[in-house]
Design a protein around this ligand. Sequence first.
Ligand SMILES: [Zn+2]
Length: 311
Amino acid sequence: MIVPVGEDAAAGDPHQELHDRLVEAGLLFSTPVQGLYGRSETYQGVVRAIDAMVHRWALELAATTIHVPPVIARSTFDATNYLQSFPDLMGSVHIFRGTDREHAELVRRVEAGGDWQALLEPGEVVLSSAACHALYPMIGGRLPAGGRVFEVSGLCFRHEPSTDPARMQSFGMHEVVFVGDPDGAQRHRDRGLEVALGLLGDLGLEAEPVPANDPFFGRLGTALATSQLEEELKLEAVTPIFAGRDRTAIVSGNCHRDHFAQPFGIESDTGEPAHSACVAFGVDRITIALFARHGLEPASWPDEVTAALFP
Ligand SMILES: [Zn+2]
């Protein structure tokens, strides 16, 4: 699409420019909030095809498939220590449990445009920030020799308002998770990332693995990020979406050690605290990368990409 310079509010901002193209093409529907979108059937068809690709790999690993809800138990959230590391990204669900009288006050405040949220209280769930967090309380206890593999997918939330369509607040994540002994976890992460790079290559997305760190909060977080980098606990497959900008992570491979297994009492077959590792596909990011790379019409994508995506 060629837009005359000077007539386009998005000129010079590649994030806004891609956002506008996706919206104008009817693939995404914008909302009053940055990073929150409705998806068209064409867009969601690509998401489903990527989900199916990951599912085929998970089947090869004899994974147990679990579709998880977009919220997790507050008790699970607390046990993952998410708040210690990422307070700025989380979202909490609040509910109303008041009396008739408090309801009248609630309505009065809503109609007056006032602070009605102050009359709510925290519910028993928070928004899920990673699909695999829901898994660990489901598998407490001793694992069989060789560990287990799970496929976990669902919608996740992170509070990161942005004009970048690849940085959504509500987005799909599809993970293949190993839980078992430490060597098995490391092998799953390393092998899984190779598989992911192969799948992305089949989709015409050049991606390469780079050591990465999670966006830990605050001054204490700097030390956590440094040790995560040094120990290569996190690797990301990054691909160029925006010319001249940082590449975007579309898959991550994470070694958690016993961070998630320990609080939920998950043990290896020998009774040691289990280790876990996940390979997480950002299905919305991969979808956005495909539209950015191959154009806004899936029907005109290269044959080999279409063949890999819709076998
Ligand atoms: Zn994960």
